[in-house]
Design a binder for this molecule. Structure first.
Ligand SMILES: *[C@@H]1O[C@H](CO)[C@@H](O)[C@H](O)[C@H]1NC(C)=O
Ligand SMILES: *[C@@H]1O[C@H](CO)[C@@H](O)[C@H](O)[C@H]1NC(C)=O
Ligand SMILES: *[C@@H]1O[C@H](CO)[C@@H](O)[C@H](O)[C@H]1NC(C)=O
Ligand SMILES: *[C@@H]1O[C@H](CO)[C@@H](O)[C@H](O)[C@H]1NC(C)=O
Ligand SMILES: *[C@@H]1O[C@H](CO)[C@@H](O)[C@H](O)[C@H]1NC(C)=O
Length: 271
């Protein structure tokens, strides 16, 4: 009875220890990300790029010579009043007019069916009077594609948010839809680690071996002690040590949580 309580406590404490580690928590990409690709720089900041002439939406029925696009991948653009909570936004020179090209999406990335590369689909833009629809309104939507070019880096630490490579911009006025294609080094396939998720990790195997050994030890130890006529807690092999185990384990946890920075009471520090 007492033995099984100790076994269970040990298992729980060991599983707990398996979860705590001194490593940094990996950065989480929004949604499912783009497995196998490097989207880290894309999602690190808000990026801008420039459009010219027919790639810009009209202001007061006149197409301006230039416009600026703002793009937030896994980041919300907050440019009120029009571009609040959006993913892609267009502004005309001197910010006189804004167009919300797409609403914010928390899961924007899709893989190309034919690799390499990935894309994003954004919907829920502003409803506009498009010249291309014969006076009807349509809702702006934006697709942004990232194709592999191993020389196209987007340095996330750069001073300017301007993307260092001009994209190919296609605007379909009849559907109010933008199709924008970038070159990006992170859109070339990375070699993926070949560890299938279904396999047991080394730590899990060790824990299983440990639990089985512990179980064998207690079962046979108790049978032997019973056979020699012991009773009560004396049936547990080395009962004094096991009574003290929770104290040892608690010490171990404290040591692990503090990443070994706290000097221990009695034992030598682990090098
Ligand atoms: C557009 O027209 C409105 C009035 O119709 C005017 O107030 C505004 O300044 C114009 N915007 C630009 C960028 O010319
Ligand atoms: C336009 O607005 C954006 C965001 O509000 C701002 O970062 C940028 O400096 C503005 N540009 C101009 C020319 O005012
Ligand atoms: C679109 O045009 C119609 C008529 O010209 C106007 O009544 C409406 O307010 C316009 N809508 C937008 C979103 O500009
Ligand atoms: C990401 O940004 C870092 C730091 O600016 C840069 O060194 C790296 O080349 C960039 N990677 C890509 C794929 O653009
Ligand atoms: C968008 O552009 C890409 C690259 O030019 C093309 O492969 C794709 O078919 C286009 N998508 C749409 C919806 O037009």
């Amino acid at each position: 009875m007492a033995a099984s309580i100790y076994i269970v406590t040990s298992i729980i404490l060991l599983s707990f220890l398996d979860f705590i580690s001194c490593q940094a928590v990996p950065i989480k990409v929004c949604g499912s990300g783009a497995p196998g690709y490097d989207v880290g720089n894309l999602t690190a900041r808000i990026w801008t790029f420039e459009g010219k002439n027919q790639n810009c939406l009209p202001v007061n029925n006149t197409i301006p010579p230039t416009c600026v696009f703002y793009m937030g991948l896994c980041q919300r653009l907050q440019m009120p009043p029009i571009c609040s909570d959006s993913s892609v936004c267009q502004s005309s020179p001197a910010n006189s007019t804004f167009y919300k090209l797409a609403a914010y999406s928390s899961d924007p990335f899709y893989l190309y069916t034919v690799p390499p590369g990935f894309t994003t689909k954004f919907e829920g833009g502003e409803i506009i009077n498009s010249t291309g629809t014969g006076g009807k309104t349509c809702q702006l939507q934006t697709q942004i594609n990232f194709q592999c070019n191993s020389n196209s880096f987007w340095p996330k630490d750069s001073q300017s948010s301007l993307i260092p490579h001009s994209p190919k911009i296609v605007y379909d006025a009849s559907k109010c839809s933008y199709n924008i294609t970038f070159d990006y080094a992170g859109a070339c396939l990375k070699i993926e680690p070949s560890t299938p998720v279904t396999q047991l990790s080394g730590g899990t195997v060790l824990i299983i071996i440990f639990v089985v050994s512990l179980f064998t030890y207690f079962t046979f130890g108790a049978i032997l002690k019973l056979a020699r006529g012991h009773h009560g807690k004396d049936v547990i092999p080395n009962s004094d040590f096991w009574m003290m185990l929770p104290v040892y384990v608690a010490d171990g946890i404290l040591f692990t949580i503090r990443c070994g920075k706290v000097p221990q009471r009695d034992y030598d520090p682990i090098e």
